[in-house]
Design a protein around this ligand. Sequence first.
Ligand code: ADP
Ligand code: ASP
Ligand code: MG
Length: 429
Amino acid sequence: MRDLTPPSDTHAAPAAQTDTVVMKFGGSSVADPDKIRHVARRLVEARERGARVVGTVSAMGHTTDTLLELAASVSPNPHPRELDMLLSTGERIACALVAMAIHDLGHEAVSFTGSQAGIITDPVHTKAKIREITPVRVLDALDRGKIVLVAGFQGFSRDTMDVTTLGRGGTDATAVALAAALGASCEIYSDVPGVFTADPRIVPDARKLPEISYEEMLEMAASGAKVLMLRAVELARGHSVPVHARSTFSDEEGTWVRDTAGMEQPIVSAVTHAEDEILFHLRGVPDRPGAAATIFDAVAAEHVNVDTILQNVVGNAAEVSFSVPEDDVRATRRALERAQETLGAFETEEISDLGKVSIVGAGMRSHPGVAARMFRTLADEGINIRLISTSPIKISCLISRAAVPAAVRALHAAFDLGATDTHRAGDSE
Ligand code: ADP
Ligand code: ASP
Ligand code: MG
């Protein structure tokens, strides 16, 4: 049995020098049969270099979105257990297809569901957390020289004996957890060649970062940079797994997410954004000890990821605002109904035309004036700030959703994050 304790070699070397490598490919990397064959070739190349190879893949293209739409077209409020039964099939399909393509290249491969691979989670459907991995079958297949494919984004709960899924982007978490459990190096391949100073789809001159600390990557993932899933970065930091985020379609060096303590820390490393935030605004909440605790206990019990929270007192009642991802709106509504059973009725408003733009950088801690520069930049663009939240290394502003792309570009320029000629987004090095 392997629990998720950190491997003894906390700074694993690149794939070629280590025994086992976990290679993760996202949905866009396996979107069609040609891409599936390409991924199979990459896995085979790693095997031929001598590594023990574990591949984990996401569902093909937009399969997960399509399955979610299908569920919604059958049931307005799909049962979470059945949703997981449905969604987990996407990764299973992709894995089996990659294994077939590997056989055609003359190598042995075997695909496993999350459950067969021993990925044990808590019982929380649609956002389960990995508790431990018992990779008996994975190790056995590796010992027999096979390339092992593990269906991403899913596990199995011992409490309920049911299949669970890990939340959107969850194959990243599968990859890091497998790497931690196997003492392997971890490579996350996607349609971008690494982690950039901003989403390269919005900022054409965004720069690829050669490396970034776990701490900054956590803030980036939490504030909307989808390139790595938040939970995967938490697992990587917790188990000291260096993650190499790189391109499926080229061999260039990507971005290393690892402990970079001691290196010079840029004031601002990246600008991130999110366009799926919903702001709940509560009015007439009793102004007494325990009111906020009652509300957020109820919200936590629904496993909602709350982001920004603001409370102020107006007259003799409190107003509370907080933002949640769009996917959590239904659960938040349920939680607020429950809170009102204890606190009495209060008014709730949902504001859905907002987005969030953030700047992240470890050097911010010791440099005053960064917030003022951010607010001035947004003001110069005529962008109104609805709500501000900060951490020691991040400042986030809720703004109009329509203004998000302009805000990202303006902040990227204001903090001089653009590419030089030698480091342009998308270039090979
Ligand atoms: P995959 O399907 O391979 O998991 P994702 O779509 O989840 O890939 O993540 C890659 C996408 O993340 C990119 O296409 C890019 O648009 C987006 N992205 C957002 N912010 C960043 C960033 N700072 N650096 C790189 N990519 C980013
Ligand atoms: N297929 C899942 C999703 O779309 C998991 C993943 O891509 O990692 O969120
Ligand atoms: Mg992803």
